[in-house]
Design a protein around this ligand. Structure first.
Ligand SMILES: [Zn+2]
Length: 394
């Protein structure tokens, strides 16, 4: 059900994460969010961080905002995105985190590669019993953020596959059972979030396209199963809220996981089967090479394309973003097009200013096209010339 993007033409948003303020030194660890919020130091730092994230997104003029993934810990390469469920769901031994065994088919990065650190940072609680929601507390987090803004707050979560791949398991018979158990627990959690009023829930990283391009032949872990997992995890949610499917090519430490830019083409027919209202694609870093295919293969759903690149510090110019949007509009009608970042900008290393000006450029570029189409523009206070301090020559 369209909620967050309903009635907005060319809505703008970001994937989720934003760079952490240096003074935000508190971390959750295995504490629950609500338990940590009892502590005045955590509460002040968390609430101030979210307030700044929301303020900067409003200054840029984004239509749909996020909490910047402020509940994640300051882990190497943004590993907390994966580790959060393992530290908070039930069925895991939170007291004894262990290194994740390297699985077959996993991407391997040798010592000397920056992502080798990321692999070493996969030290997570193991599964020792039936998995349940535990203290994920997504609804409490979302409420804490939504009460600070009138713009819809999109809430994102990692999906069950990557959590299942990242942990040792002493309970389930096989990886499929493990994935399905995590899927069911997440589904319960996401229903509570939707019932609380969240207008956009984003499932991050279904493995459909990642499995398709790697041609891994496996009776269990394959693109069709990945679609099944997505649809099981979000079942019933679209009757209540807007469901987003975030597809990307990986983003630990803001790194590409593949040596070359990948095309989504071989996976689009499968991606079209996900039970979602909006599907997101990286497009900026790929130079928009799949735009025509997105328009052809993704029927009925809204299509969010990334028009700013989270890998680079070069801030895109509004004119190049407008060009990208015009190219997209040749294949995707304005009613179905959403503008976003390729992926999150807060996984490691980007400064807050870079992220801020990328969001400002995103809205300015979209405004150029809105103007051409006679659509209402978003207010972008950050780009208002009346408040410039630069002294003009006489
Ligand atoms: Zn991503």
């Amino acid at each position: 059900m369209l909620r967050a993007t309903k009635d907005i033409k060319l809505p703008t948003t970001i994937t989720g994460s934003l760079p952490r303020p240096t003074w935000y030194t508190e971390n959750l660890g295995v504490r629950s969010f609500m338990d940590a919020m009892v502590n005045s130091e955590f509460r002040e730092q968390y609430v101030d961080t979210v307030a700044i994230y929301l303020h900067e997104q409003a200054l840029a003029g984004l239509d749909i905002v996020t909490d910047g993934d402020a509940h994640f810990d300051n882990d190497v390469g943004g590993q907390s995105w994966t580790a959060y469920p393992t530290r908070h769901m039930s069925g895991f031994n939170h007291a004894d985190p262990r290194p994740t065994p390297a699985g077959k088919g996993g991407l391997l990065f040798p010592p000397g590669h920056i992502l080798h650190d990321y692999l070493e940072a996969r030290v997570m609680p193991s599964i020792v019993g039936p998995v349940g929601r535990g203290s994920l507390q997504y609804a409490a987090m979302w409420k804490t953020v939504q009460r600070m803004t009138k713009r819809p707050v999109k809430f994102g979560t990692i999906g069950p596959e990557l959590v299942a791949f990242a942990v040792a398991d002493h309970h389930y018979r096989n990886v499929k059972d493990r994935i399905l158990a995590i899927s069911d627990a997440l589904n319960e959690e996401l229903h509570e979030l939707a019932d609380a009023g969240c207008q956009a829930i984003q499932f991050e990283e279904p493995q459909i396209h990642l499995l398709a391009v790697r041609n891994i032949v496996d009776d269990v872990i394959n693109p069709a199963f990945s679609v099944e997992v997505f649809n099981r995890t979000v079942r019933g949610l679209r009757a209540k809220t807007e469901v987003w499917c975030h597809t990307c090519w990986g983003n630990p430490s803001q790194q590409r996981m593949f040596p070359r830019v990948q095309s989504y083409k071989s996976a689009l027919a499968m991606i079209n089967k996900v039970d979602a209202d909006v599907v997101t694609f990286e497009s900026c870093s790929a130079g928009g090479m799949d735009l025509e295919a997105f328009g052809k293969e993704i029927a009925d759903k809204k299509i969010a394309i990334g028009v700013i690149d989270h890998h680079t510090l070069q801030v895109e110019r509004p004119e190049e973003i407008a060009d990208h949007i015009r190219r997209a509009l040749k294949y995707i009608p304005a009613e179905r097009l959403v503008l976003s970042s390729d992926c999150g900008m807060g996984r490691e290393g980007m400064s807050r200013r870079h992220a801020f000006y990328k969001m400002v450029a995103l809205v300015q570029g979209t405004n150029i096209v809105r103007r051409e189409l006679g659509l209402p523009e978003a207010e972008c206070l950050a780009a208002d010339p009346r408040y410039s301090l630069v002294v003009q020559a006489p």
